[in-house]
Write a protein that binds this ligand. Structure first.
Ligand code: UDX
Length: 440
């Protein structure tokens, strides 16, 4: 493999993972962020978030000298043959994507770009962004038309970020020239040699692949959650139903776990941004589909609060609730738009005394919800509880001993908002179990 000099702009979840993985592939990588503290920590080998398997790659990159960090655009402009744009595109007040980090990065980078370099966008953006960015950068860069731009969306999941970057299901190359495609093939030469497919297409299609992939994942989750409501109403069991659906090869078993719905830094904002793009394009079918998906998803949280209120005897006021899980999903300390943390906040707002546990997300949760109580162990959280809520499906919670918990609570009632606990084992230990998507 011929190593390239790569830069990574934005040292967040996506950028730091990409930078460490590209150095692991053998490239020389220089990563930049405007946050000096973040750069200082990354240079010292510290991750600003929890991600299994990433820290050893970061340290290896630093030790070999293949991965370095800077805050100077001049330095990355002089260094880079390929510049990966990995800045965030958060949700703006109107639901659309806020592209200001992207435009600031492009403005700062353009004057320093070398002739013949390639900019490769990885951030999730509305269709049309890449083409507009290319025109702006070419107008501002002394190298002008000699600067090229591609869109190479990232599909990584938190908790699986390293594997998803080095061994994705596919690479998507949005390009306007054969040379850009050839450069991207050189960047990913090793995984491509391992047989991972790469699909080349136009810029707009590549941008839309990413947002429609996330929209489809969200549709699947809201679909099964709508069916969970039907199961509760009809006296059926959504877990058994999902197992049967999964054996239909056209449907499949992955990404259709019912429960508390989706959260995190991507799916909720990305469906809203896609909806805004579709509205601007006049594509009403996408607008209404994604509006329903969003509404169904939001309703999961109030549904679990309603279940808690009913299980607590009709009122939450003064009730002691042990909440298991705060992260938006297991193997992550991310609480951005976390359904679990949101439920805890709503319960507390309704007068419950919530004591929450999470293996890694307590610090982040405390910053958002200082009014909640936090426990270091599950037993501490459950002490004297009137009700236990299972909110994030960490392995640690699946393997809890129901008898041990039964010994410390005031009332043996648990709500399984993620539909994964072994109901029979809990019932055998004397618990009343309420599960989302089951009538009793
Ligand atoms: C997602 C996409 O999967 C990824 O491709 C994209 O690059 C970024 O957004 P991520 O947010 O890390 O990744 O997590 P994901 O595993 O997709 O889960 C998203 C949310 O959906 C979580 O809150 C999770 O609990 C929920 N979910 C997921 C379900 O409720 N049911 C499922 O079956 C799967």
């Amino acid at each position: 493999m011929q190593p390239l000099r790569l830069t990574v702009i934005g040292v967040g979840y996506l950028g730091l993972t990409h930078a460490a993985c590209m150095a692991d592939l053998g490239h020389e990588v220089l990563a930049i962020d405007t946050d000096h503290e973040r750069i200082a920590r990354a240079s010292a080998g510290e991750l600003p978030f929890f991600e299994p398997g990433l820290e050893p790659l970061l340290r290896k990159g630093l030790d070999t000298g293949r991965l370095r960090f800077t805050t100077s655009y001049q330095e990355i402009g002089a260094f880079g043959e390929v510049h990966f744009l990995c800045v965030g595109t958060p949700q703006a007040a109107d639901g659309a994507a806020d592209l200001s980090y992207l435009t600031h990065a492009a403005d700062a980078l353009a004057p320093h770009l070398r002739s013949g370099c390639l900019i490769a966008g990885k951030s999730t953006v509305p269709a049309g962004t890449a083409r507009a960015l290319l025109a702006t950068i070419r107008a501002a860069a002394p190298a002008g038309e000699q600067v090229d731009l591609a869109w190479n969306p990232e599909f990584l999941r938190e908790g699986h970020a390293v594997a998803d970057t080095l061994h994705p299901d596919r690479f998507v190359f949005g390009v306007t020239s054969p040379r850009a495609e050839a450069v991207l093939r050189q960047v990913y030469a090793q995984p491509l040699a391992d047989g991972i497919p790469a699909l080349s297409m136009g810029l707009e299609t590549a941008e839309l692949v990413k947002v429609s992939a996330n929209a489809f994942l969200a549709v699947k989750i809201s679909f099964i959650n709508a069916v969970a409501d039907a199961c509760e109403a009809a006296g059926a069991d959504v877990t058994q139903l999902t197992a049967a659906l999964a054996l239909d090869e056209r449907i499949g078993r992955r990404g259709m776990a019912p429960g508390l719905g989706f959260g995190g830094g991507c799916l909720p904002k990305d469906i809203r941004a896609f909806r805004a793009t579709a509205a601007a394009l006049g594509v009403q079918s996408v607008v209404s589909l994604l509006a329903d998906v969003d509404e169904i998803n939001k309703s999961r949280r109030s549904h679990v609060v309603d279940m808690a209120r009913a299980a607590a005897g009709g009122t939450l006021s003064g009730k002691k609730i042990a909440a298991l899980g705060l992260a938006f999903k297991p193997d992550s300390d991310d609480v951005r738009d976390s359904p679990s943390l949101d439920v805890c906040g709503r319960l507390a707002a309704d007068g419950a005394i919530v004591t929450a546990h999470d293996p890694v997300a307590v610090d982040n949760a405390t910053r958002q919800h200082p009014e909640l109580r936090y426990a270091k162990t599950v037993l501490e959280a459950a002490h004297d509880a009137d009700l236990v809520l299972h909110l994030t499906e960490w392995d640690e919670y699946r393997s809890l001993d129901p008898a041990a918990l039964a010994a410390v609570v005031a009332h043996r009632t648990i709500i399984d908002a993620r539909c994964v606990l072994d109901t029979r084992a809990w019932q055998t230990a004397g618990w009343t179990v309420r599960t989302v998507g089951r009538s009793a």
